[in-house]
Design a binder for this molecule. Sequence first.
Ligand SMILES: Nc1nc2c(c(=O)[nH]1)N[C@H]1C(S)=C(S)[C@@H](COP(=O)(O)OP(=O)(O)OC[C@H]3O[C@@H](n4cnc5c(=O)[nH]c(N)nc54)[C@H](O)[C@@H]3O)O[C@H]1N2
Ligand SMILES: Nc1nc2c(c(=O)[nH]1)N[C@H]1C(S)=C(S)[C@@H](COP(=O)(O)OP(=O)(O)OC[C@H]3O[C@@H](n4cnc5c(=O)[nH]c(N)nc54)[C@H](O)[C@@H]3O)O[C@H]1N2
Ligand code: SF4
Ligand SMILES: [Mo]
Length: 745
Amino acid sequence: MENSVTPTHCPYCALQCGMNLTPTPDGTVEVSERTDFPVNRGALCGKGRTAPAVLASSVRLTTPLVRSAGTLVPATWDEALDRIAEGLSRTRTEHGPDACGVFGGGGLTNEKAYTLGKFARVVLGTSQIDYNGRFCMSSAAAAGIKAFGLDRGLPFPLEDIPRTGCVILVGSNLAETMPPSLRFFSELRENGGTLIVIDPRRTRTAEQADLHLAPRPGTDLALALGLLHLIVAEGRVDEAYVAERTVGWEDARAAAMAHWPEYVERITGVSVPQLRETVRMFCEPENAMVLTARGPEQQSKGTDTVGAWINLCLATGRAGRPLSGYGCLTGQGNGQGGREHGQKADQLPGYRKLDDPAARRHVAEVWGVDPDSLPGPGRSAYELLDALGTDIRSLLLMASNPVVSAPRAAHIEERLRSLDFLAVCDVVLSETAELADVVLPVTQWAEETGTTTNLEGRVLLRRQAITPPENIRSDLRVMHELAARLGVEKGFPTDPEEVFEELRRASAGGPADYSGITYRRLVEENGVFWPCPATDGDSSGNGDGAGSGGASPDAGASPDAVGASPDAGAAPMRTPGSGDAAPGDDALDGPHPGTPRLFLDRFATPDGRARFVAVSHRAIAEEPDDEYPVLLTTGRVVAQYQSGAQTRRVDELNAAAPGPFVELHPRLAERLGAAEGDPVAVVSRRGRAVAPARITTTIRPDTVFMPFHWPGEGRANTLTNPALDPTSRMPEFKACAVRLEAVES
Ligand SMILES: Nc1nc2c(c(=O)[nH]1)N[C@H]1C(S)=C(S)[C@@H](COP(=O)(O)OP(=O)(O)OC[C@H]3O[C@@H](n4cnc5c(=O)[nH]c(N)nc54)[C@H](O)[C@@H]3O)O[C@H]1N2
Ligand SMILES: Nc1nc2c(c(=O)[nH]1)N[C@H]1C(S)=C(S)[C@@H](COP(=O)(O)OP(=O)(O)OC[C@H]3O[C@@H](n4cnc5c(=O)[nH]c(N)nc54)[C@H](O)[C@@H]3O)O[C@H]1N2
Ligand code: SF4
Ligand SMILES: [Mo]
């Protein structure tokens, strides 16, 4: 492997940009351009380009740590693993299995996420597992399942974007969060298409738009309803499509008609002429798309909000047709795959439901356990973290840093401190790892192999390029050794491909069916889009008969199963020859080609029709008042990633984005008496944060913005409101009430 070039993918965001890695003499890697991957065609953002810096021993964990007399000290692997096994067993004996919690992350490969879910349910027997993806795209996932019967970030490849007529980007700042993807939108405009961006701030993304709407944070639901009202009033509904491919239109229509444009203008601050212009730009071309990201989703009504945007697509016949549709831009490297294979509180692998008896039977058989031994659904991420130290006494945490990233973070930090036992697996000593009783140092992207599923539903192989340092072990090995110590000798392989082979069988017949995918295909085909069931002509499938044939009786009983029966192996949601990458009919006798485009023939609901939702505007959970008169919204900057645990260790990125700030309008700054760079205190009902002022006219005068990448005094999540969406259990990261105070500098 040494000195050769390994084509692989970036460790960070959901684009999963392709890159080439060459080993260097210091034991790390050099990144170079890899042009054969269509998502980025060689382009990388600064985070991807500098990712090797986190492989250096000077910034990463190099040995297991255990707490001794209050401080973390180096330990052997055996000592550290024994401590974790003891901690978890003691909790289980004294308080029962549900007192053991597990918290995962959307950065974990499919193999790790799958194994973590299995570890929780089979080894610990706990229902208390969830992951940071709950804070990410869970609202879009819930809305997608309601409307289409299936949730996959984008139902089409990014390459379709330049060929549609209009894209509405709702609350995505992809110029900073997925820079190489901006190319698709520039090409759209070069081709004569238009881009509409909806964001309370005129971001770098909004700068690229033909039209920028700047609604008040937390009002996207009203905005979408107002647009639908106008679509009806202007006679722009595609009646034939609505009759043929949807149900529920009458109720959705009635709800939208109650949202008059003038009323919507008052709620959102977007003028009626702007609403009309949006409708014209969206409806006039033959094709159009709506893409949402965290702006409208991270709200206590995120599921309804995304549902309202989907309604807009359905009413105008812009879903399940080539070059048209609704999509969610997922976030983390494996944000998509990480929510399909069982680390979510209510899920089993293959995007099966934990409360579905047929799904339980299928997965229990693959795992060799009694279906009745599998626990039921557990708590959502915030609820789980909130229960630490009370119902949940011990926690195993892998790939998240909630001390920085969870809402109402000071409270969550206090909950973590109140645990009987905390174990953290990480690559660096994150702020959460600092609180642990045991910290295990694990291998990183370039040092291990595994699959991820990018925002397009494209399953990819991230390949090992170098040998990890001696004292570092993989997450899979950690789970293998913990399982053995807790009395489960079998079923936790350390080889990722062996795990993937089991995942294929566990997912067979489920909505996210990976059974036709192999590591070899992933290399040869540069990724494969799910669903990809194993077919009769697929020599590599069906290892033990649990492939498509074996799974069909179960899956048929599951309401959200798609592509489940053997004849559904021909992919009911794909139309060969209709702009799809699928080869001709005869190829269907061979391996399944994968499904780049979903829903072209039918939606994944039992009757094949999409569902409108009847939703109405409602206020954010915490409206500004006299005491807290300003709105706070939060998000990202281009040079830092998430809680910053990794990117804050890279000099070049710190130089570009050294610390937190409060973005505010000159009018607010003037009232406060603050000049550029002055420290400003932002106070909410949860706490107080201080960061320098960044004064700009690109933000609404009633709103301030803080990025959430830093711990300490400038931590944005000290302030945020954990009010949850009733369906997705997503916290309201994007809107809460605050007041500003000048600080003596
Ligand atoms: N540089 C960088 N890139 C990343 C990440 C990172 O941390 N750093 N994280 C990755 C992950 S996990 C994710 S989830 C994605 C997130 O990607 P994005 O969703 O693009 O990121 P955010 O900055 O959280 O939010 C996007 C925009 O929503 C706007 N917004 C705030 N409130 C509202 C509102 O009420 N309505 C509307 N319409 N918009 C609003 C904000 O002003 C912001 O510009 O990025 C991924 N890529
Ligand atoms: N205010 C506010 N808060 C937010 C958001 C927001 O927009 N506003 N966005 C939310 C969103 S969308 C997200 S996704 C979350 C993300 O927030 P976090 O869950 O905190 O995400 P990361 O900072 O990526 O944390 C990942 C941790 O896992 C480690 N790690 C990386 N790879 C691996 C691996 O393979 N194995 C192990 N064991 N560890 C690994 C990293 O070093 C890091 O410490 O934040 C949420 N919080
Ligand atoms: S855009 Fe995302 S995947 Fe691409 S290089 Fe940057 S962080 Fe990596
Ligand atoms: Mo995310």
